[in-house]
Design a protein. Structure first.
Length: 768
């Protein structure tokens, strides 16, 4: 296994040989390193390397139930003779343990450790058909004398997360107490405005419960709480009073402020003896449902469900894979990046974000991607623009939603080859319905109507960059969006020719030529493109008082085929000059103070987030732009820089989990190289596209699958597997010899693979 070490040589993590698991050896990671476990019912468990984390349920209408307060999910152990207390995952007590190990896997997380000869482990996973999560606790006496132990699985109950009238907070409406038939704690909600029935929680066990607490204050003690708004107390778990006093739980019921569940199990273990406890933690519509689920999943059915869950997840991610000369890249891209892309859409209800994720999902989950794209179209208005998010509802006028609609529909048609999609009826946000083709044409009309004084598309509140706001000038124009519109028009021209609609193809071609000319006339700044145009001043210009160059305006000029050949050299020189140790900043230099012409981004400290930080999502756009130009070495170098645990920015410093992409790295000296959030970032989608569609060149087309690689010069060989339109393509890339493509032994004249659609496996050989 490939082991990574910290500054003092201490092992931090390693990937398992199958690359599907990341083994963490030190609980004191730079920040919480999470895994996410979920199912299609809408239940999701966030699990850190200590085992704590938020659990939630989100129904099909995006009505949330946050199961636990303060991410409280803990297991405490106490030696009843020595009174030693500890956690399997070290936290929150932070008592030292030996042989700590956390395995974040694709379908589960398992923690294990040893304390004074007691070996303990805790496994968590989310089955397909449960509105909850399954736990397996194991304890073994590795010593030579009998041991008496108490185990205290502990959770909180919040059951909130939805809008309600003032003074109708959920804590006023819930109560928790022990239920003998459930063999656990049942937390009932009586909230009159709960949007669905699944606002009840429970923790149930397979084994005899010696004592319990439904009131977390009874377990934690009054000095272990802190007061919140309206006198609601939230339990703190670093030193529960009853645990350290040696007392048993008090058999309390909880209501009002801090209901939870603590189940005390008393065990006597002979030398070499091992015992298991199975638990279920989740939400239910009724007590009867909770009892039925507990009876099922506190038994051996739990093991069957785990195997079924693993098979489900591997099946989801199997249609796409690659083996390259870069082992670190393979570890990240074999399964983890697909899981991250898949997770980004869980509970996310935003048109722009979901469409980008869906376009990446097309590579391995086309049916899921199709459903997401059509759902996004349902939140488009008749006039062509769309909401930013439909949960929570936000129709602030962002200008770029129409572009993503056009682009995603084109990608969907290229993936499926199904012309009938265009005739599918989809609702409008403001009533009625129209065909997918009508939705696309409405988006085109919106962008054309939104052109400003220079002929570019106006920015309104913001475009892709939420933090670039130009409030002083309503007529300010977005160069990035105008370049994106050029790409959309080229795609539509190609689609129209495929549909044999010569008139609309000509319309799109003329609109592209007009927009491209307007951009090059008004936005070229001598060495690069401005980011936005306004009467007061242009944003991202060599003459700007603040930031002089923005990355996105350059990369999308390439992706939209806007930049003329005679300007390309200067543009690339400008972009290459922005390079940092761990990627490319969004803008350079950062704003050193608030500028009303740039808005929110300039109000941040220099080098944080959008204000000069390395925003990895934007660096991922650059990867595709490099591939578009055949700059495979540059694309790979950029990808390697923004990957977690990179050579010049290891996870020990950045804090980023080594198995998923993060959203940004700071260039501010006080936070240099460190990251903010991971998992929920569009970086994952664009980096997946960067490797598979860019570097390996697996590009969907209306006529079939094309291979147009931007193969790095250091690579001699690579392999990829891609399922496309019902056929499996096994592709081998080799450097040397006459360039060309051979499909099942037949030399092809171009780069378009046969569109087999036969359910069989086909061998493709690509010579670079």
């Amino acid at each position: 296994m490939n082991r990574k070490t910290g500054p003092l040589g201490k092992a931090i993590y390693e990937f398992t040989p199958d690359k599907r698991g990341c083994v963490i050896h030190d609980p004191e990671t730079p920040r919480y390193w999470y895994n996410y476990l979920w199912n299609d019912l809408g239940y999701c468990a966030q699990v850190s390397q200590t085992g704590h984390g938020r659990s939630s349920y989100l129904n099909e209408k995006a009505e949330m139930c946050m199961l636990n307060r303060d991410a409280a999910r803990y297991v405490y152990l106490r030696d009843e003779q020595s009174r030693e207390c500890w956690n399997i995952g070290c936290g929150p007590l932070c008592e030292p343990v030996e042989d700590y190990r956390c395995v974040h896997a694709i379908s589960s997380t398992e923690l294990s450790s040893v304390k004074d000869g007691i070996c303990a482990s805790w496994r968590i996973f989310v089955p397909d058909d449960l509105y909850g999560e399954c736990w397996l606790l194991t304890v073994e006496n590795a010593g030579s004398t009998p041991r008496m132990l108490s185990l205290f699985p502990t959770v909180s109950f919040s059951l909130d997360g939805f809008s309600h009238p003032r003074y109708y907070e959920m804590y006023r409406s819930i109560e928790a107490g022990f239920d003998g038939e459930l063999n656990g704690i049942w937390c009932r909600s009586a909230h009159p405005f709960a949007p669905h029935e699944r606002y009840n929680g429970y923790l149930a066990s397979s084994e005899l419960v010696f004592s319990w607490d439904g009131d977390l204050t009874a377990f934690c003690g009054s000095l272990s709480t802190q007061t919140e708004t309206d006198a609601a107390s939230t339990a703190r778990y670093q030193r529960p009073r009853r645990l350290f006093s040696g007392e048993n739980c008090s058999n309390s019921s909880g209501a009002l402020f801090i209901p939870g569940a603590v189940l005390q199990h008393k065990l006597t273990l002979l030398p070499g003896e091992r015992k298991e406890i199975r638990l279920v933690y989740g939400v239910a519509e009724s007590r009867q449902e909770a009892i039925a689920c507990a009876r099922r999943y506190t038994g051996l059915e739990q093991e069957t469900a785990l195997r079924r869950t693993g098979a489900r997840d591997l099946g989801k991610y199997a249609p796409l894979s690659a083996v390259t000369p870069d082992k670190q890249l393979d570890q990240l891209f074999s399964t983890w990046i697909k899981k991250q892309v898949d997770f980004c859409i869980v509970g996310k209800k935003g048109v722009r974000d979901n469409l980008q994720i869906a376009a990446a999902l097309l590579n391995f989950r086309p049916a899921k991607a199709r459903a997401e794209i059509l759902e996004c179209l349902a939140h488009q208005f008749r006039d062509g623009h769309a909401v930013l998010t439909w949960y929570p509802y936000d129709d602030t006028r962002y200008s770029d939603q129409p572009f993503w609609i056009i682009w995603a529909v084109c990608e969907l048609l290229k993936e499926t080859g199904d012309r009938q999609i265009l005739e599918t009826m989809v609702p409008w946000q403001d009533g009625g319905e129209g065909t997918v083709q009508e939705h696309v044409k409405a988006a085109v009309s919106r962008l054309l109507a939104d052109r400003g004084r220079n002929g570019l598309v106006r920015i309104f509140f913001a475009d892709w960059n939420d933090a670039l706001n130009i409030p002083p000038e309503e007529e300010a124009e977005s160069v990035m969006l105008s370049e994106q519109f050029c790409l959309a028009l080229k795609e539509l021209e190609q689609m129209s020719l495929w549909l044999e609609d010569a008139d609309y193809a000509a319309f799109c071609r003329d609109a592209f030529d007009e927009m491209k000319a307007a951009i090059n006339r008004a936005a070229w700044d001598g060495g690069w493109y401005c980011r936005a145009l306004a009467k007061t001043e242009n944003i991202g210009s060599k003459d700007s008082s603040g930031s002089r160059i923005y990355l996105n305006a350059q990369t999308w000029a390439v992706l939209g085929d806007v930049v003329p050949k005679e300007r390309l050299g200067a543009l690339l020189e400008a972009v290459d000059g922005m390079e940092r140790d761990f990627g490319f900043p969004l803008n350079d230099p950062p704003y050193d103070g608030y500028d009303p012409m740039a808005g929110r981004m300039s109000g941040m400290l220099p080098g944080l987030f959008e204000n000069g930080g390395v925003y990895c999502h934007a660096s991922a756009f650059k990867i595709l732009a490099d591939c578009h130009l055949g700059r495979g070495d540059d694309a790979l170098r950029t990808l390697k820089k923004i990957m977690p645990d990179s050579e010049k920015n290891p996870s020990a410093r950045s804090g980023a989990e080594p198995y998923v992409f993060t959203n940004c790295y700071a260039t501010h000296p006080a936070y240099y190289g460190r990251s903010y959030q991971s998992w929920t970032t569009g970086t994952s989608a664009w980096c997946l596209k960067g490797l598979y569609e860019g570097i390996l060149g697996l590009q969907r087309d209306y006529e079939g699958l094309r291979i147009r690689p931007a193969f790095p010069s250091s690579w001699q060989e690579a392999k990829a597997e891609r399922q496309f339109r019902g056929a499996a393509y096994h592709i081998t890339y080799r450097r040397g010899g006459d360039p060309g493509i051979v499909a099942d032994g037949v030399h092809l004249a171009g780069d378009l693979l046969p569109d087999y659609q036969d359910g069989r496996v086909h061998e493709i050989e690509v010579t670079i």
